[in-house]
Design a protein around this ligand. Structure first.
Ligand code: UN1
Length: 497
């Protein structure tokens, strides 16, 4: 099955059928790939090649660079089913979500193609006669991309599509848990490059296979002016200072601890559906997963009851076969979830669900029932992100208190409120409302569209990816003052003679 998919996607067997890095599918733990990690010398050579590719690529006109991204988007459309299925095989998310991830890639390609004709700078009024000022945007250099297992392809594409139209070359270190999808994306991009013609330089995009070390080399190398990394806050704490120490730029997209405020005026049918998708979808392994439900005391008992019923009816199993929840990525993730649930029980929380499923059928597949944990206070356990389907439920009495709870965690990625009261809604998205990078009204915290800037504050890392004016991060800004007069007036009226 995997071999047929890989073949259709254009990945040669020797790229994933030999080597020391063993890749298993979370579906049942079976081996689906063996890859050869890059040596330090190979990483250095790749950075060198990326630098060469950048020098050629930056000279190709931006709208023409957009044409490459258009062709890549065509490849993705053509191979959506296969790539979506491969995402499911490799990271265990259900097929619908695997396909959704590829759709996100297609969408960002479309956005980037349009952007390639809109890398607009400003003209600025000069204080001096016979002068004009403007702001130009120039290509930046090789971009280092470090991605996580849970969204193995879309975050790469958000960065890659924009970086390519901005004139940068790409060095991609995917998660060691999901390198096959990276090889597949690279193969599709290479097909697009072949179609594009000679002005796409060799090594414009490269994949670097390995665990920590190759990523560290990218992070430490001053030839890589921008590092865009998705992963845990712990990882970001290491990457951020290292890139900063060499005056590099970083986009960090780290942990989330996303809340929903559920008010008495909310449409509860809608809210329950939104909670289900955002709390149990992707088996709780999105950075945008709903982790905290802050519900008004007057409806708390009813909502918890409805959720328990909804949770009980949800299908858990093989993500290729129509279930709504697939497996956790691995045993470690399962153990971490169980440890947290044990601790919650010890602290007196009421825990519903969370137990292992299908263990006899798949001893190496870690399926779990999603958990609801009713707590009395937002203690350390709740403030911590556990990458598993655990939904904490907390009560509140007035909106200020709910907003304070929303904000009183170290992370600041996504948030939402369900209300039909315009005052509550607008307060939540105002300056005194949610402190997160994403704040939604009457939709859940996950499943963002690519048109907005994606990312968050505080320990989420502060980076933004995808839409809005994020393209600017992949370019260097230059201020130009041009004197077309025959005089040499100095700024600020200074006389120097
Ligand atoms: C992630 O989990 O790292 O908003 C990204 C969402 C998706 C992206 C999630 N568009 O849930």
């Amino acid at each position: 099955m995997i071999n047929a998919i890989m073949q259709r996607l254009g990945v040669a067997a020797e790229q994933y059928q030999q080597g020391d890095l063993v890749v298993t599918t979370p579906i049942d733990g079976s081996v689906i790939g063996r890859l050869t990690p890059a040596t330090p010398d190979q990483v250095d050579a790749a950075i060198d090649a990326a630098q060469q590719a950048f020098l050629a690529w930056r000279e190709v006109p931006a709208p023409r660079r957009g044409e490459l991204v258009r062709l890549f988007g065509d490849q993705l459309r053509r191979h959506k089913e296969d790539l979506g299925a491969l995402v499911t095989w490799e990271c265990g998310k259900i097929l619908q979500e695997g396909l959704g991830e590829v759709q996100e890639m297609i969408d960002i390609c479309d956005l980037a193609v349009g952007q390639s004709r809109q890398l607009f700078g400003l003209t600025i009024a000069s204080e001096r006669p016979g002068h004009h000022m403007r702001e130009s945007w120039h290509p930046l250099g090789p971009v280092g991309l470090i991605t996580a297992f849970n969204f193995p392809v879309a975050p790469w594409a958000w960065n890659a599509a924009l970086a390519l139209v901005c004139g940068d070359s790409l060095l991609w270190k995917p998660s060691e848990k999901t390198p096959l999808t990276a090889l597949a994306c690279q193969a599709l991009l290479e097909r697009a490059m072949a179609e594009f013609g000679d002005d796409a330089p060799a090594h414009l995009s490269q994949v670097i296979i390995g665990e920590r070390e190759p990523g560290e080399r990218l992070v430490n190398d001053p030839r890589v002016p921008l590092i865009s990394a998705t992963g845990s806050t712990r990882m970001g704490r290491e990457i951020g200072p290292r890139v900063a120490a060499r005056f590099g730029r970083s986009i960090l997209e780290l942990g989330g601890n996303n809340a929903m405020i559920l008010t008495p005026s909310a449409d509860l049918d809608m809210a329950v559906r939104a909670i289900l998708f955002s709390a149990v979808g992707t088996a709780g392994q999105r950075c945008t997963t709903l982790r905290r439900l802050v519900v008004h005391e007057s409806i708390r008992a009813e909502v918890v009851e409805r959720l328990k019923q909804a949770y009980a009816g949800i299908s858990i199993g093989n993500p290729l076969e129509g279930s709504l929840i697939g497996p956790l990525i691995d045993r470690q993730a399962f153990d971490a979830m169980q440890a947290v649930l044990t601790q919650a029980r010890e602290q007196g929380a009421r825990v519903f669900g969370g137990e292992r499923r299908l263990g006899e059928q798949h001893p190496e597949g870690y399926y779990v029932a999603p958990a609801i944990v009713e707590v009395e206070a937002q203690d350390e356990l709740v403030r911590n992100e556990t990458f598993a389907p655990i939904l904490y439920v907390l009560g509140y009495s007035d909106l200020d208190e709910a907003i304070a709870l929303n904000n009183d965690v170290p992370q600041g990625l996504s948030s939402c409120i369900f209300t039909t009261d315009v005052r509550e809604a607008e307060t939540f998205v105002s300056a005194v409302g949610s402190d997160c990078g994403i704040a939604n009204v009457n939709i859940g915290p996950s499943g963002a569209e690519i048109g907005g800037a994606f990312g968050g504050e505080k320990e989420t890392g502060g980076g933004r990816e995808s839409g809005s004016d994020v393209w600017k991060t992949y370019m260097r800004r230059q201020t130009n003052t041009v004197n077309y007069s025959r005089e040499l007036p100095l700024a600020q009226g200074i006389k120097f003679d």
